[in-house]
Design a protein around this ligand. Structure first.
Ligand code: AMP
Length: 389
């Protein structure tokens, strides 16, 4: 096994968003340097990084120079092109490996991979052209969810369809992209499990959390998830299987649907820290971001034990800026509120601008206080800075 990459070394991150920012904060805390590669400048991650390299992902010479200048490369953005990762892999270890990223970038590859390891997914059919619509509908039935095979996240590129006419119309709107038709899952709740696997194969799992979405975007996460012990252990077992089956070195999140009978279906994998795992920054011994640093550097993994009885995380989307700059001073009147802003310019509806976390005696109390803090922030206390660009 390779020697650990020790503090003082430089870690490269592909992608400049908030996940890279929180990763960089954790890495700097451990004494590492972080170089960020992103197509934009002044990115949320770049602001924290030691060096920010601005270049398109397709500039493979820039990718080579970037990888040559770091000890290990990781990513915070799932849609980094395969050839970019392949070039980086020639000059530095990439963790998790490019092959995992490649699999999770496409729903057909991901679901096929999950099925190969006996993991439960919703029945699906691949649609390559309009000629496949009829057989897909016959195989899957209605209601169903049509999703683009690639480039989908936060509900983008997907639509619920209730009959053949709606399916055809929704498929035509995708403009001929390859798609999957999934059986609609009548879930009673959505859970996720964030886990890490080290270079030595050790696995550390955070307990399952409960996720509430609004307009397909994560809105609230509750920790611990209010579920039966048997569901908890099934969810953990599923996540462990995924981490081991795909030989992950790094952090990965398994998004799950919980059915009424207590069984679980894997919706999606994210081969990186996850929005629902932000709660670990304030509620657990070692955050998902520190865990990513430890895993990709070959250090021992940290404890995933919870430090508080219960916690809630509420996302702060650009919508909160609609009436002007939010009044964060009001949000912080509850001294238990922890505020995390990603320093993004240009709030837009649906854009993830930050989150806040509250610890409480119960998830209900924590949820209520997180919502109250977010509502107080929504009051306008400065001149409007809302942009619609
Ligand atoms: P995704 O982009 O696949 O993560 O989906 C975003 C959200 O859409 C999920 O978190 C669910 O709330 C919903 N969704 C996705 N697929 C299905 C499905 N097959 N059945 C029911 N709801 C779904």
């Amino acid at each position: 096994m390779s020697a650990p990459i020790l503090p003082g070394a430089t870690i490269g991150v592909l992608g400049g968003g908030q996940l890279g920012r929180m990763f960089s904060l954790a890495a700097r805390n451990l004494g590492y340097h972080v170089n960020v590669f992103a197509p934009e400048d002044d990115t949320p991650a770049g602001q924290i990084a030691y060096r920010e390299v601005r270049a398109p992902y397709g500039d493979l010479d820039a990718v080579q120079r970037f990888a040559e200048g770091v000890e290990v490369v990781t990513f915070e953005f799932e849609n980094v092109p395969t050839e970019t990762v392949e070039v980086a892999e020639r000059f530095a270890p990439v963790r998790p490996a490019g092959a995992l990223l490649h699999m999770t970038q496409n729903r057909v590859r991901e679901k096929t991979g999950l099925l190969r390891h006996g993991l439960p997914v919703s029945p699906f059919a691949v649609i390559r052209s309009p000629a496949d619509l009829e057989s897909a509908a016959a195989q899957i039935g209605f209601p169903a969810v049509l999703k683009t095979a690639a480039w989908g996240y936060d509900g983008k590129g997907q639509r619920r369809v209730d009959d053949a006419a709606a399916l055809r119309a929704a498929y035509m709107r995708l403009g001929g992209a390859r798609a999957v038709l999934e059986r609609f899952v009548p879930f009673v709740g959505e859970l996720s499990v964030v886990g890490a696997r080290g270079l030595d194969g050790a696995v550390a799992l955070y307990e399952p959390v409960w996720n509430e979405h609004r307009d397909h975007i994560l809105d609230i996460t509750l920790c611990p998830a209010p579920i039966a012990d048997a569901v908890r252990s099934d969810a953990l077992e599923l996540a462990r299987t995924v981490l081991e089956a795909f030989d992950v070195v790094g952090v990965l999140c398994v998004e799950l649907f919980l059915l009424e009978d207590g069984s679980l279906i894997v919706n999606e994998l994210a081969p990186r820290p996850h929005n629902s795992g932000h709660v670990t920054i304030d509620a657990h011994v070692c955050s998902q971001f520190e865990q990513q640093v430890r895993a990709v550097c070959g250090l021992p993994l940290g404890s995933t034990a919870r430090r508080v009885r219960a916690a809630a995380m509420a996302n702060l989307l650009g919508d909160l800026w609609r009436e002007g700059d939010p009044c964060f001073a009001d949000a912080l009147k509850d001294p238990g509120v922890r505020l995390h802003l990603y320093a993004k310019s240009g709030p837009r509806p649906g854009r993830k601008m930050g989150h806040l976390t509250v610890a409480g005696q119960t998830i209900e109390e924590a949820r209520e206080r997180a919502l109250a803090a977010r509502t107080s922030a929504a009051c306008r206390c400065e001149e409007p800075s809302w942009t619609s660009s």
